[in-house]
Design a protein around this ligand. Structure first.
Ligand SMILES: Nc1ncnc2c1ncn2[C@@H]1O[C@H](COP(=O)(O)OP(=O)(O)OP(=O)(O)O)[C@@H](O)[C@H]1O
Ligand SMILES: [Mg+2]
Length: 810
């Protein structure tokens, strides 16, 4: 029977049960009835609810819904329970003021209202077991809850008669659709945040102008990220000179080492035989090299597991060309890159076959369709064919024709033909294939599963070794869907290399290239910058990345183990309109190396190519943005981040924080579940938290991006200054004074106003409670220092300008 029908049957039992409304202990009966309603008639499980006694035990609350509480049911335990006012029988929509005409009902409503508001739970329900009334208790649309509507059932019989309504609004399957909220409010639930300053700027977000010099420098930038652009053509030199061994944990991360380490702990536990690191500080893990040989015998693919952009492809490239060059002397490397080519899943074996056949020909000079090669491969078949009726030599032409047909039959099974060809090559020359299936993550899940299957069938029936590089999330999804469960695998994890080292190597590489062959040897066309200037510019960058720990920390934390992102940040600086490139060269001409100030780097990252901060385009998230007209919400996202980090860093958490913990924390400090949900969404979209599978309703892993934002960037004038256009300001008197300004002096004044506004909202937030982990007052104090420093520099610059102007007139 379906859940709806069986729930209704349960309700019928309640209606006709002789125990209802009688019995010596009314309190117990009442609670049993509420239990039965919730758990038997509305589809909730006991795990979905917690009960709490309060007000000296005279009230019992059922807090229902996990991870986010959906409603609280209030039941009065002792004394006279409330009774809904007479005269409303048969009506389901009753205004709360009408209900409150009854004194005991009013008391119960007040009770649950306070409780819902404290915890940010949207719906409050009062029930005496026979009757119930539900109303919206925590709303942000400006209507006081006590003036709103309630959904009322005056008897169990009514609940039974209109069961579709009861079920449609209060059952577990229905509650997530928020039908009840819509019924009670009749429109969208929250009062929206006021408009952002950005909405009033006509040319927002604008394009940042670049000088000719800066445009040319962008080309220099290409040199660092050449492997992102033209994967196929990168040189051995590049791989050799730019590769950094991974295996050392970051020194700059704002997350604890335990959290960084815990990343693969759950993966290791889930895989029989455990997981090894692909490389250590000393180089490639010898077990991996050994496995490349034995994997062929054990007939299972080797899986390289690593997060997005961590360096899986780079590791493989370096393995093949440098580390394992000797071991692989006798291998035929067949590398299938799924990054670019469009392929449909049905064509997959065909696609793999074509790519490999092409490579056999282009890289190894073996044409698998060559006539004599084919004859050699099918030598056994040919000999056997000679013994058939066609082989009696009576009709040589007919024999040849039939032999061709026989061979054509084999060739038409292309995948199998490739396998046979590789078997033949191994038998005759001792060379066995090393098949690499890389970058399959960019494909839809069913496609990836199909690649796994192909990988396994290749490993199982072909000579040689198969590598598959994938991200952990893909791996676990496939496992949980069963696609991988059947296979035994051998796994090696790829960990990020240190970002400061990766960047230093690229810069050194670029400088060596420029010194060795001059700009003309490196760039395709004439540039506005000469070789000496290029070297001077690189020197300034090298100096910054070598000595500036703050800069290293910025890149390291903001890239959170994604080496590609770290390189993209480097690329962003080079030729950015926010870095004073001309000054770099002027200082170099005076024989010194310019120190690029931190705020130029921050602005380059935050603004990218634009004049204004744009949340869609920027790599950086605005942690002050709000979704409702509630100024306390400016501190919600930083608090979610601080709370998550605290939980994840506590013992036994494995670096994880559950969704339930985040919701209940948010609600305990006074936010509605909608506010928490919206900010949690933003956290995930901006990589401040990473969703990590469905352990008990979902859990999250904090990232160093989130940590760096709320601890560090929030204290920086450059960051806060950029966020102002994107932050709704709930106080109209402040809003009027926050404008679109450009000069440094005006920006400093505006940042001070904005800071004062946040300080005021912080007071409203009731910061005296020590369960609030993100302390705006402390961050604000550091921000003050940074604003003062900016002001000092701005004043000094003005003074210098004035002096030189005065000198000019002298
Ligand atoms: N150990 C390393 N040393 C030097 N550069 C590296 C290293 N690891 C990664 N990189 C660089 O970082 C960028 C991203 O690396 P790569 O493409 O190998 O990541 P990936 O793990 O294959 O990513 P995806 O999951 O998207 O396939 C590349 O430009 C690469 O050259
Ligand atoms: Mg890759």
């Amino acid at each position: 029977m379906d859940p709806y029908a069986s729930a209704r049957d349960e309700l019928q039992k309640l209606v006709s049960s002789p125990t209802v409304g009688s019995g010596a202990n009314e309190d117990t009966t009442r609670l049993q009835l509420i239990d039965a309603l919730l758990f038997n008639c509305l589809g909730w499980n006991t795990q979905d609810a917690t009960t709490e006694d309060h007000h000296n035990g005279s009230y019992v609350d059922y807090i229902v819904g996990k991870p986010a509480a959906q409603f609280i049911v209030e039941a009065k335990r002792e004394g006279i329970p409330f009774t809904l006012p007479a005269g409303i029988t048969g009506r389901h929509a009753v205004s709360v003021p009408t209900l409150m005409e009854d004194k005991s009902t009013a008391a119960a409503i007040h009770q649950v209202l306070g409780y819902c508001q404290e915890r940010g739970v949207p719906v409050g329900i009062i029930s005496n077991g026979h009757q119930l009334a539900a109303f919206f208790a925590s709303r942000q649309d400006g209507v006081p809850p006590l003036k709103g509507e309630a959904l009322v059932f005056s008897s169990l019989q009514e609940m039974y008669d209109d069961f579709n309504m009861l079920w449609g609004y209060l059952s577990k399957p229905a509650v997530s659709t928020k039908n009840l909220q819509r019924y009670l409010i009749g429109r969208k639930s929250r009062a929206l945040a006021p408009e952002k300053l950005a909405n009033s700027i006509s040319h927002y977000p604008g394009f940042r102008k670049r000088s000719e010099l800066e445009t040319d420098l962008k080309m220099l930038g290409q040199l660092f990220i050449q492997d992102l652009e033209q994967e196929e053509q990168i040189s051995d030199d590049f791989v050799k000179d730019c590769y950094c061994a991974s295996g050392a944990l970051s020194q700059y991360s704002m997350l604890s080492r335990e959290v960084l380490r815990a990343r693969y702990a759950s993966a290791a536990a889930a895989v029989a035989g455990g997981i090894e690191k692909a490389s250590t500080k000393k180089g490639v893990n010898p077990k991996l090299t050994a496995d490349m040989v034995t994997a062929a015998l054990s007939r299972r693919p080797i899986i390289l597991l690593g997060d997005v952009g961590v360096g899986k492809s780079m590791f493989l490239r370096h393995l093949i060309r440098v580390d394992a060059k000797d071991v692989l002397k006798n291998s035929l490397i067949l590398y299938v890159n799924f990054l670019r080519e469009p392929v449909f899943v049905d064509d997959l074996p065909m696609y793999i076959t074509e790519r490999m056949s092409d490579q056999l020909e282009s890289d190894h000079g073996i044409d698998v369709h060559d006539r004599s090669f084919v004859k050699a491969v099918y030598n056994k078949e040919i000999n056997k064919f000679k013994r058939t009726i066609f082989g009696d030599e009576s009709d040589p032409d007919e024999y040849k024709k039939q032999e061709r047909l026989m061979l054509a039959g084999h060739l038409s099974k292309e995948f199998e033909h490739l396998r046979r060809s590789l078997e033949h090559i191994r038998a005759t020359s001792g060379r066995s294939p090393l098949v690499i299936l890389d970058n399959i993550d960019q494909r839809p899940p069913e496609f990836q599963e199909s690649i796994f299957e192909t990988a396994h069938s290749i490993a199982d029936s072909w000579p040689g070794t198969v590598f598959v590089a994938i991200r952990p999330s893909t791996f676990f999804q496939s496992r949980s869907r069963g696609a991988l469960a059947a296979y035994q695998t051998r796994m090696f994890t790829i960990e990020p290399a240190r970002t400061d080292q990766v960047i230093m190597k690229r810069l050194d590489y670029a400088r060596a290239k420029v010194v060795e062959s001059g700009a003309a040897g490196v760039f395709p066309q004439n540039l506005s910058i000469d070789d000496a200037d290029l070297v001077a510019y690189l020197n300034a960058l090298i100096k910054a990345f070598k000595y500036d720990d703050e800069l290293k920390s910025l890149i390291d934390n903001m890239s959170a183990g994604n080496t590609r992102d770290a390189l993209m940040f480097l690329f962003t600086f080079i030729g950015s309109g926010y870095v004073s490139t001309q000054r770099v060269l002027d200082v170099a001409n005076a024989g010194r190396v310019y120190t690029v100030p931190m705020h130029e780097f921050i602005r380059a990252i935050v603004f990218g190519d634009y004049d204004y901060f744009s949340p869609e385009a920027s790599a950086v998230c605005n942690i002050f943005d709000i979704t409702t007209n509630d100024g306390r919400e400016h501190f919600l996202l930083p608090n979610i981040l601080a709370h998550s980090q605290r939980v994840a860093e506590s013992a036994g958490s494995e670096g994880l924080v559950s969704a339930a913990s985040i919701y209940s924390f948010g609600q305990s400090v006074g936010f509605s579940q909608e506010q928490v949900g919206a900010q949690l969404d933003r956290a995930v979209k901006n990589n401040l938290l990473v969703f990590s599978g469905s352990v008990d309703g979902g859990s999250y892993r904090p990232t160093s991006v989130g940590s760096y934002l709320h601890r560090k960037l929030a204290t920086s004038f450059s960051y806060v200054d950029a966020m102002i256009v994107d932050t709704p300001i709930v106080d109209p008197s402040v809003r009027r004074n926050i404008r679109d300004v450009h000069s440094i002096k005006e920006r400093i004044q505006r940042a001070k106003h904005f800071q004062a506004y946040l300080d005021k909202q912080w007071e409203i937030f009731d910061p005296s409670r020590d369960e609030i982990p993100f302390r705006w007052d402390e961050v604000s104090a550091q921000l003050t220092t940074d604003i003062e420093a900016a002001e000092f520099k701005a004043d000094a610059a003005t003074q210098k300008r004035n002096e030189s102007a005065t000198n000019f007139w002298k």
